[in-house]
Ligand binder design. Structure first.
Ligand SMILES: [Zn+2]
Length: 163
């Protein structure tokens, strides 16, 4: 049996042979399990300190530790951008909308903003850096899907203050 979220709905897969009583019991258990898992994930993404630690780890893992952000934090006021970076003070901000998304997508946005500390513009050199994160293409596809589903203009850069 599995349970997952899809387009804001909870989908629980159970054997067809279940009685209605069994079905109710299992659905309740699976939903509770899903909530626990999501809660744990929210905690693991955690606060700004956790985000900073994650950014440092990603910098070391994929960018030779060259980008050294001075601050990395969640912000609630970025509805139309996933992340932003100010190279002058080496600060990175991530939209809290990303908290609801898979971790590889959050990591991609972090890598993207970290790469801007090295290459401020979306140059060829910039994209070569970003491509060192193995799931970059997949994450960009995921974000494009969200943007299209929410009716935002297609084709705009995936969003930061340094576009
Ligand atoms: Zn960018």
């Amino acid at each position: 049996m599995t349970a997952y979220r899809e387009s804001g709905r909870t989908v629980v897969l159970i054997p067809a042979a279940f009685t209605p009583a069994e079905e109710r019991r299992w659905v309740a258990q699976m939903v509770a399990k899903l909530q626990t898992r999501e809660e744990r994930r929210r905690r693991s993404l955690g606060g700004d300190d956790d985000l900073m630690a994650r950014a440092r780890a990603l910098s070391l893992a994929h960018l030779d530790g060259v980008p050294e952000p001075a601050s990395v934090r969640w912000v609630d006021n970025q509805q139309r951008r996933w992340g932003s970076c100010t190279p002058a003070d080496r600060s990175i901000r991530l939209s809290s909308r990303l908290r609801a998304m898979p971790e590889y997508v959050v990591d991609y946005v972090l890598v993207h903003e970290l790469a801007h500390l090295v290459e401020p513009s979306h140059s060829t050199a910039f994209w070569a850096l970003v491509a060192r994160y193995p799931r970059a293409e997949r994450a960009r596809g995921f974000l494009e899907g969200i943007e299209q589903a929410s009716g935002e203009p297609a084709g705009r850069p995936e969003g930061d203050a340094v576009d």
